[in-house]
Design a protein around this ligand. Sequence first.
Ligand SMILES: [Mn+2]
Length: 295
Amino acid sequence: MEEVLDETQFLAPVDGALPSPGEERAIILPCPFEATVSYQAGTKDGPAAIIKASQYIEETDEESGVDLCGLKFRTADPLPIEDLTPQEMVEFVKEKALELYRNDKFVLALGGEHTITVGAAGACFERYPNAGLLHLDAHHDLRLEYWGSKYSHACIVRRLIELYNIPVASIGIRAFCPDEKEFKESRPVPTCYGWECAGHVSRSFPYIDNLPKEIYITLDVDALDPTVMPATGTPEPQGLTYSEVKEIISYAAKGHTIVGADVVELSPRPGFHHADYTAAKLAVQLLMAALNKRG
Ligand SMILES: [Mn+2]
């Protein structure tokens, strides 16, 4: 019999391989939102591109031998957020994610611009108030506001600190402005800069060690070097390799429980489908790292 793939689902599991409703341990939550992007647009197409690329990922993770469809996850319909204001979108995403967290699901949100994290991680910090934030990015995202908006992709870590006062470790950062530096003087944000950890990933590990036991991981794909990840709005040289990000995720999973995560800022480009596939593979790494630990 020919296998039927469900292309609306992350990893396109063959028909019948999905967990029955209520039995899933994780929900992939597509958040196609783009309103405050500053350079190259396209992030609203990120979730669909990641889901499409994921169809070409093998069913078994080559390195760990994990059967990916056995992880028991399901992909939600894309949230209807495209026409909302950033603030309305944050509230909407937060409410949806919180409902899932309350049912003890692990949530992997797919952006979309980085602003979706204020809702997705916000819900996680309401559910797990002792959790910390592991932030992988080229940018600090610590601005008070950007282009007149407090709900800009350039402010998300600052918003989360203000709202939830969470411990943060930022890794891969290599572009920021004087205001962000000044903010860090009043409120430390332990940071392993791109020039420190690109090529020397273990230098980021002490920052991860210092986070609380439970962590939310936000992966802005521009943490990766543009040679690896060309399809993103604000690329920045001197970034991490795929293997380095993967190592950071598995190191984080060893000492911590990953309680929520997202992959954001993929901005698909014609002819650069390897970037979509790379983002999808990292989403798989996050899913495995989180669910393997949950047992
Ligand atoms: Mn960024």
